[in-house]
Design a protein around this ligand. Sequence first.
Ligand code: PEP
Length: 251
Amino acid sequence: MRKALIAGNWKMHMTTVEGCQLAADVSKACSEFTDREVLLAPPCNMLNEVSHVIKGSGIIISSQNVCWEKEGAFTGEISPLMLKDAGGSAAIVGHSERRQIFMETDELVNRRVKGALSFDLLTILCIGETLEEREAEKTFVVLERQIRKGLAGVESADMEKIVIAYEPVWAIGTGKTASKEQAQEVHAYLRKLIGQIYEKNIAEQTRILYGGSVKPANVDELMAQPDIDGALVGGAALDGDSFGRIINFEN
Ligand code: PEP
């Protein structure tokens, strides 16, 4: 049985005071649930403070990216060790903004995945096609490449620490959501692919999140799809009421 996971990616938003307030609101909104998990990915500068605010709530704290080394000359990076030191236990890797704006390749993303796993972090590997790729009917080819390269060298035993986030690039921050049918079609494909790379039981246990303009108005129908196990939320995670409603999705 896969436990639903609702993740909020705050990106490069908010001051520490605002972030702590939002984390406190989210804490309240998710206090009653045992059938779902909630994850927050604040900017690195406030990881420590936010970790203190949510203490005891069960909320998972994540970074928005992570380096593969524990320390060294890697200007601008956060190491898995530093993340853990600040109260984090998860990392997002391969977000489309990292791939598109900062030119992160599948190979670099794979190093990050393996680095995160070597520190036992819950590792959210983001994948997704651009509008151009979808229109050229390359969606499945692109996703297969991102999955195979992103997970290269990841052993079956580590797959329980992997979460896949399918985020069509054309739906991120654009207000355009993939329809529930479009999202389900891709999620079912991804689960089958993971079953081919690993084993069927691993595919069955792997959580696959949907991301791309998830909001209170569409979360219920997305979460009702059999292969959608959660959501990675950007814009709507910045407001306590809307993220609270998303956490409270009905199934
Ligand atoms: C994201 O950044 O991962 C995301 C899905 O953003 P939004 O919800 O704003 O589309």
